[in-house]
Design a protein around this ligand. Structure first.
Ligand code: ES4
Ligand code: ZN
Length: 327
């Protein structure tokens, strides 16, 4: 298929991928064996067959269970290395990757183990495949602001290894304003800011407003519901907010109706990027396959993919020298 080849050859940046969501079933078995843990599945096929969900909470349950095999530095190293190896083969030149430290520290894994393992994997992938990358630390929004503040403080000694802060997991009743103090401090400490404002959530319009106007994010992850509100579209345009949209994830949250999201954002002049979210739990669809979905479901063509890819390099939290080199 010519369009698939065009997408594959396009130099890309990925800005919305959860590292824990890149943990493929094969690696999960390998890590479980290494860590002497039993998994309740006979084989990778049975494990993959268990990835059945219909909304964000049911997805998150599966996603959090999956990350329990990550215990040691080498596990986090192997996780990020495998993801970067995979997307380097898709001509991704640069990736900004989310990680959720609370998923790990709350299980007794020290913050240092997580960050040092991830960093080692990043550097080894750059050495072996030439791919550049950075980390974005996300807070799990259904946990308390105090819990988030505790992990924020654990991260401060490592802040040179983390480019930005994000907010993910269950949005319902967990508005951006709940974390206003942490994000204010984060900005002071030099972190760049983004937040998930997902599809299929109550109060999403207010959450998008808070993210843009109260928190002052540079990006919104997903953000589709903004399309219902002209004043939010205007605010996003005025502030130059970038959107990291994930076609497969949209399809999962709002089957059938949503592929016009990317098309409408692009046509409105919003700064759209296309990304993969949680590829290991989303039928193994990495960035190329997500872009192909935008072609199949929203009629994206080569010009659109070039615009999206340019937006992603513009949105990337890198200095201008690297931007010039990658663009
Ligand atoms: C996520 Cl799809 C999605 N939404 C919110 N939080 C997440 N964490 C991982 N995947
Ligand atoms: Zn996400």
């Amino acid at each position: 298929q010519p369009i698939a080849q065009f997408i594959a050859g396009l130099p890309k940046a990925e800005l919305h991928v959860h590292l824990e969501g890149t943990l493929e079933a094969e690696l999960k078995f390998e890590l479980a064996a290494r860590n002497k843990l039993d998994l309740p599945y006979a084989d990778v096929a049975a494990m993959r067959a268990s990835y059945v969900y219909h909304d964000l909470p049911s997805f998150l349950t599966i996603f959090y269970e999956g990350s329990e095999v990550l215990l040691h530095e080498a596990d986090f190293r192997d996780l990020v290395y495998a993801y970067l190896k995979k997307v380097a083969s898709q001509n991704v030149l640069y990736a900004e990757m989310f990680f959720d430290p609370q998923q790990h520290t709350d299980r007794g894994v020290p913050f240092a183990v997580v960050i040092e393992g991830l960093t080692q994997g990043r550097l080894e992938a750059e050495r072996d495949f030439g791919i550049r990358s950075k980390l974005i630390m996300c807070f799990v929004r259904e946990r308390s602001a105090q819990n988030a503040m505790a992990v924020f403080e654990m991260a401060l000694p490592y802040k040179h290894l983390i480019v930005g802060l994000g907010l993910d997991s269950d949005e319902k009743d967990n508005p951006p304003a709940k974390f206003a103090e942490i994000f204010r401090r984060g900005r002071e400490e030099g972190f760049r800011l983004t937040m998930h404002c997902d599809v299929d959530q109550l109060n999403t319009h207010e959450h998008i407003r808070q993210a843009i106007e109260v928190i002052g994010v540079e990006r919104i992850d997903h953000g589709a519901n903004l399309l219902d509100r002209p004043e939010l579209i205007a605010a996003a345009r005025e502030k130059g907010v970038f959107f990291t949209v994930c076609p497969f994830a949209n399809e999962m949250m709002r089957p059938g109706e949503n592929q016009s999201i990317a098309r409408r954002m692009l046509d409105l002049g919003l700064r759209l990027t296309l990304n993969s979210d949680d590829p290991a739990y989303m039928e193994g669809k990495y960035i190329n396959e997500n872009m192909l979905m935008a072609h199949e479901l929203a009629d994206f063509g080569p010009e659109d993919f070039i615009a999206v890819s340019r937006n992603a390099f513009d949105a990337a939290w890198i200095d201008e020298d690297l931007r010039d080199e990658l663009h």
